[in-house]
Design a binder for this molecule. Sequence first.
Ligand code: ZN
Length: 246
Amino acid sequence: MRYLILSDIHANYEALEAVLGAAQDRYDELLCCGDLVGYGADPGAIVSWARIHLQSVVRGNHDKACAGLEDLEWFNPSARASAIWTQRVLADSEIEYLARLPKGPASVNGCSIIHGSPVDEDEYLLQARDVAGVAAYLERPVTFFGHTHVQGGFLVHRNGVQVIPPVPMEEASAVLELDPDSHYLINAGSVGQPRDGDPRAAFAIYHRERSYVEYFRVIYDVEAAQEKIREAGLPRSLADRLARGT
Ligand code: ZN
């Protein structure tokens, strides 16, 4: 079984289209670690796509906020403005879909799917020391997470935690062989708003029986996504950052 792993799509339809095009014929099932909406200008298109294609998905903090399940005072001003805009443009049934997205961890074929950390969906796992504190809560050898928008993740071994790097800028993909004696926190990276310095859309494919993960980056029409954000009257910083991948 080959799983296409997506996370942090953030209402960026151009990026999702590029990812699905690049991943075509390479996977059997889809997993998503949350944040379908927020920041980007195409929440309706992404929710429509998700309703048809996503069976295995957990909610992200932006899905929660846009569904009205979270107090927006925790959000920074541009995230708050985009959550309010998203609530306004989505149909009631689309808001309901977001509100019903399951809270992680979810379990799929022996793997876990979470948004933030195994203990808190809003917690950021950015560095090895963040992982050391939650490693005891990893219930399965492979856990997929998102939230940081940084591709790679962590290898957890009895000797410590190692950072898994993203695909190098000059490459389109990178393979990670999985060692049976380790646990893995795999971050496919963000489809719609990468923050690891590489503006290309990120995704990963997990080859379960063959025990490896292949990370990918793909270029997409950043300018079209930026133009829609500006036209929608969303904060311009949300458009600008897409070109930098920060
Ligand atoms: Zn996110």
